[in-house]
Design a protein around this ligand. Sequence first.
Ligand code: SRM
Ligand code: SF4
Length: 572
Amino acid sequence: MARSNKPSKVETAKQNSNHLRGTIAEVLASDAEKFEHDDVQVLKFHGIYQQENRDLPKEDKVTSFMIRTRLPGGRLTPDQYVQMDNLATKFTYNDSLRVTTRQAFQFHGVAKGDLKPLIAAMNESLVSTIAACGDVERNVMASPAPRTTPVHQRVQELADQISRELAPASGAYYEIWLDGEKAERKENEVEEPFYGDVYLPRKFKVGITLPEDNSIDVFTQDCGLIAVPEGDTIKAVNVLVGGGLGMTHRKADTFARLGSQLVSVPAEHAADAVKVVASIFRDHGNRSDRRHARLKYLVEEWGVEKFRAEFIERADFPVSDPIDVGEMELHDYLGKHEQGDGKFFYGVWIENGRIIDRENRRLKTALRTIVDRLQCPSILTPNQSVIFADLTDEDVTTIEALLAEHGVLTTDQLTGVRRYSMACPSLPTCGLGLAESERYLPDLMDELEAELAKLGLQDEAFTVRMTGCPNGCARPYTADLAFVGRKPGVYDIYLGGRLGGDRVAELYAELVNEKDIIATLRPVFNKWASDRQGDESLGDFYNRVFAKEKVRTLVTGSKEYQGRVTLEGQAI
Ligand code: SRM
Ligand code: SF4
């Protein structure tokens, strides 16, 4: 890829922002309805997106804002949950909270005048929005299971440490939102010692998990970490680089890519390893073309060997070959599970992450009542659901009764196919959405369930994901079956990923109208029903029988693996 050296407009906005200040404070204090380009870019680093409600006719459109939290591993205390719920009721346009695919909360439709009170109130309960968006290290994902074993606790500690150590150092957030005094700096003291004036070339995503659990889709992270346990300790951490899903329709030089195994490092150096990867990205990533700015393109351009050599050169800690951890699996942790200390945790399914009260299904009230009554901690999962922790048997009975009372579906009422489904928000809030997603998937699921029920396959566990555009926010390209919006009512269909998240799906059908989706999939479903081997999943079956080019499953420990699994079907 030949590179231009001219910095993109976003680079200039960062450079001129005086470490994330821009003119945000001035515009906030003014009557201006919205922020202009440079401030819009800088606001993202504060966890804020400027949006408008796309359902409204042009003449009625008003600017509003989406706010995203930073919650490493999705952990919330009971007080934090209650506060988030209260703030959603007070400040969002539709009284809802949105659980994201990276274990955070989003608040939609917030008025400009409410930004400061909302963010200040969140921070009072120790929930920050700093670096939830922007060209920095984003919310660190972590295996959501609140198990009490030392290795599970350690994984969460590492996620917290990475989040702390890679957060921007600029005082801008505190000055603007929390009325903090501008910190005095000594002569030659640098405000952003790690990120510098222009931060990273693009967003940078990190997730950490154990070999038993790929619910965080570790191969899709810019820097994925697999903590390898030995007894009660973490023996080492495998570092993967260059995962990422965003692409552009019909632009073959943009693609989804699974992370490549790079090295393993001692657990106490996990955060240092992430910093080394981020520093290579900072110094060598593409700063002129944002479409090619993600780390995955640098890894492709250099090749894994060169990247590894650069990593070793920069690391001042021991570096070894990656450790073979075998195949990984997705767990959604729904329903009741033992925690390890005699207590239980309980996962509640949230359709496409939207916590809202509807006529017959009062989910928001149900979840709030559970937390009020049981005072239990909660964990947001990478599959847009919520887990309640530290429960007795009696508490679980209370939860199930409250869910039933409020019309909320429990796991045993879900078909396998609906249980593992996810959709991104898309319309009406997302400015990039080309087709419906969150609002349409439930209807399509009804049709899919009916079709699969005819074949007795409705309770098969496989991932179904939908996004309103090819950016991949609900991680469609690692799913067994995915729908990616092309234009209103029209989707591309992907098949061939799987629950383990270690294989990229391929484009099966292009530009399929909503009304033709089931008919387009019918031949695959029928053949799957008649020709599957054992309990072969949809994605495995598709990959064996239909795939134009067979995509080998990633061998997670292999150092030789070059990560070159793209939507164009290039061989590994
Ligand atoms: Fe995303 C942009 C929503 C996870 C890839 N994403 C957006 C924006 C902010 C639209 C925008 O730029 O104007 C969306 C806000 C819509 C709205 O109204 O809420 C948006 N992304 C989401 C969330 C809320 C989807 C969800 O269903 O939960 C997820 C928030 C996660 C979080 O808490 O931080 C979300 N986005 C993802 C993921 C999945 C992941 O990270 O695990 C991906 C694919 C993985 C990856 O990054 O490669 C993803 N989002 C993108 C991209 C494509 C980036 C690229 O490399 O090309 C964009 C567009 C961009 O950055 O220019 C994007
Ligand atoms: Fe918006 Fe596209 Fe992300 Fe969906 S996938 S939230 S439509 S950017």
